[in-house]
Design a protein around this ligand. Sequence first.
Ligand SMILES: O=c1ccn([C@@H]2O[C@H](COP(=O)(O)OP(=O)(O)O[C@H]3O[C@H](CO)[C@@H](O)[C@H](O)[C@H]3O)[C@@H](O)[C@H]2O)c(=O)[nH]1
Ligand SMILES: [Mn+2]
Length: 780
Amino acid sequence: MLRSSDDRGRGRGRGRESASREVCSFSIKPYIPGERKREMGGGVEGPLFETKGGKGRIWYKLYACSVFVGTCLIWVYRAIHIPKLGEEGRWIWLALFGAELWFGFYWVLNQSARWNPVYRRTFKEMLSKRYQDKLPNVDVFVCTADPMIEPPAMVINTVLSGMAYEYPPEKLSVYLSDDACSELTFYALLEASRFAKSWIPFCKKFKVEPRSPAAYFKEERVGPKDGLQAAEWEKTKSLYTEMENRINDVVKFGKVTENIRQQHRGFLGWNRATTSRDHQAILHILIDGRDKNAIDDEGFTLPTLVYMAREKRPYRHHNFKAGAMNSLLRVSSEISNGAVILNVDCDMYSNNSETVKDALCFFMDEEKGHEIAYVQLPQLFNNITKNDIYGSSLILYNKVDFHGLDGYGGPLYVGSGCFHRRDSLCGRRFDETCKAAIQVNDRNMESSASTLEERGKSLITCTYEDNTEWGKEMGLKYGCPVEDVITGLAIKCRGWKSIYFNPSRMGFLGVAPVTLAQTLVQHKRWSEGDFQIFLSKYCPFLHGRKRKLKLGLQMGYSMYCLWAPCSFPTMCYVIIPSFTLLHGISLFPKVSDIWFLPFLYVITATTIFSLWEALLIGCTMKRWWNEQRMYLFKRLTSYSFAFIDTILKHLGLKMSTFVVTSKVTDEAVSKRYEQEIMEFGLPSPMFTILATLAMLNLVCLIGGTKRWVLDEGIGLFGSLLLQFVLCGSAVLINMPVYQAMFFRNDAGRMPTSITLTSVALAMLAYIVPERYFRFPRISQ
Ligand SMILES: O=c1ccn([C@@H]2O[C@H](COP(=O)(O)OP(=O)(O)O[C@H]3O[C@H](CO)[C@@H](O)[C@H](O)[C@H]3O)[C@@H](O)[C@H]2O)c(=O)[nH]1
Ligand SMILES: [Mn+2]
């Protein structure tokens, strides 16, 4: 599997090849059903988790079939009414037909998410009884990339919540990868390593939740009543606040003071020449769990804590988060070598201290555990407002889609809140020999911390991965903006399964984007990455099928992979019906026509279903409406940009980038977010598109109504009804855009330049001569 191996300067006298292999090696014990249970003694039999199917599926399937029939009838109508070659308006008809074919096809793909959902439940008590001291090492990987938009104080809260898991601390290690190589973040982590000594015992003694101190102290503004806890609460809170202030002061100042520099030899790693893009590898074991002196205030062992900044050079591509994760995989294999790895983004703190045990219930289950590569928890956020104006809670994916995919072999790996089996993440194929329980592998007790650091550093140099399979067959894959999704898919194609676990107490909470621009840019990255996967050799329908992924899962992955191409059909549907409405040209059957029925049925049935589904999972009506708007906005902007960029990349005209989502916001912006006022503010080509299309629809609706009222009367309305409905809904959904253009004067309103441009462009709709759009009025 691995090519060339040379021994140059590798301290241990072994080649890159063997080093890489060893990183992924595993002690495997043959699986003998029943053996483990006997070993453990009676009273603890039974599976560690349970799976249940969704209810009322038969009704859903009936509904879906009826919609499908309706869709087919729409296609038939379009097909038999295509204007003849040479007739005017043929291309408009064909464009609409193409869009409807696409929507129908895409709707079929979406059925994979609802056809066969499953729900999981774990039995943690059983796990603890049965495995007690035989639990595996667990490594937590946190990635950060920029101290300005990912504040160190937030990052260490995530770290602390990971250290405070209800799990034997000698088996728990937390690694922070800092792609910014910032001494500010290092300093914050150093502070966290000290604060952990009082935070962890406090959490364990009083069963505190959540275990991110910032989140906990924010929730419990007034401390507990009972005496002892109240005193400790006060003390811990002030310790935390003081630390947070120190960190924020240093961050504000922009660098650590000489005084702080003296506190730890680690700061020697930074000098004047160090920049985030040009520096040597830095690796520090801030807490060594093996160390007898590494104890908390109550005398218990502390979990291991490690800071890592892999080597960066301006002329070497670093592969973003995937590169960081692969470095973490290697470094951790030297230090703690946890058989299970938890990956979280730096904003995603643990909100549930039992989650590690939940995850282990899946991996350690005697019956099915050996085939599970990863357990994904939902990505949830703690800054979602009531009506979720940007649809950033991803609630439909969390509450519907992923349960559906789980029924076909498992959800996507979405980068954060995911537990991995180390060997499957490192590239191992699933086969008969994998039928082994996860093993307790002891830590390397001989080597000193500084030896481990030196060895670790040699694994994270820029050249380490040259001529190895890292980024290809090993670890996370490179070259894709959604390294998580493609890696998860590759793991599935190697024969593994995954699990979606959605516990009632949320497992992780992060920071969702709070402006329209951020949301659209994030979705551009996602849809671009997903579409790249579809065009790559990992295309779910080709590679997936070859690798025997279930059809449902192939469809499920494609549902995301084909976000980007949804853009143009949507654009057709936003532009053409309105445009032709303006000119009084009918594109849909008349109300009295029998062909009107399939359109009516498909549109109302799918709308009512989607509303009903949203209400069922706890959305408000307004939230559902906001969600529809965001669907539209993403398709018109993020997805179309992603589509174009993907094509350019394929032609070699563009490089891949990773725009990190900001986790901080200025006060005025976040106030508007709280009030659910849509944020525009700075000019962006995406806003120009949105504003122009919004204006276009408004002009068309007004023009169409005028024509109807003044010129042609009620008969015309009958043949244009659907176009009125489509154009009218577009106008309704665009309300916030008009407001931002004409009725607001806060800093978040639409930039004037965009307003002017869009009004001018929309006026063109009036000027463009009608004959370009004239159309035989077949259905009249
Ligand atoms: O060069 C980089 C860029 C990013 N990151 C980290 O990657 C994480 C995700 O970045 P973010 O900007 O928050 O992206 P999101 O869109 O919110 O993240 C989702 O989508 C990404 C893929 O597009 C995945 O990497 C993430 O895990 C997933 O949560 C953050 O912790 C970053 O610090 C790095 O470590 N190095
Ligand atoms: Mn994020």
